[in-house]
Design a binder for this molecule. Structure first.
Ligand SMILES: [Zn+2]
Ligand SMILES: [Zn+2]
Ligand SMILES: [Zn+2]
Length: 147
């Protein structure tokens, strides 16, 4: 991928085209069909972008503010420690993987903190690094927003 990205945020939407699940991604030009393990495919897809993304740590910032804080309804200070979060929205049809401050993450429904992949793990096509498998698993904790 040659697109230079300045932020870490991806959105994948699952749609259904005549019964066939399709995966649309904010970073990919065309929707792709997915098999039966849709949610797993979504996570793998998001992780794939994460691994390709080279935004240095000092340039990362909370992505919810970039999106006018639409992920969380309660307005609060966009502050705290930066985390990598996985957000399940729209009853599981929309997924976001993004950088977010912990104060924001706590206000986002169906949001889970996921581990940051270690530096310099190349995304090798075909070979599945353990970290990719880890991130593609169900996160241990989904925290619900406190309204
Ligand atoms: Zn994509
Ligand atoms: Zn926000
Ligand atoms: Zn924020």
């Amino acid at each position: 991928m040659t697109i230079t990205q300045s932020s870490r945020a991806w959105t994948v939407t699952i749609s259904s085209l005549s019964g066939l699940p399709m995966l649309s991604c904010s970073a990919c030009p065309v929707p792709a069909p997915v098999g039966s393990a849709v949610v797993r495919a979504v996570r793998r897809h998001l992780v794939h972008h994460l691994m390709e993304c080279q935004v240095p740590e000092h340039l990362r910032t909370c992505q919810c503010r970039d999106r006018s804080c639409v992920w969380h309804r309660r307005q609060g200070p966009c502050a705290g420690r930066l985390r990598l979060v996985l957000i399940r929205a729209d009853g599981g049809r929309t997924w976001h993987l993004a950088d977010s401050f912990d104060a924001c993450a706590a206000a986002i429904p169906h949001c889970a903190t996921v581990p940051e992949p270690p530096l310099r793990i190349a995304a090798t096509p075909g070979a599945e690094a353990p970290v990719v498998a880890d991130l593609a698993e169900e996160p241990l904790e989904w925290f619900e927003a406190q309204w």
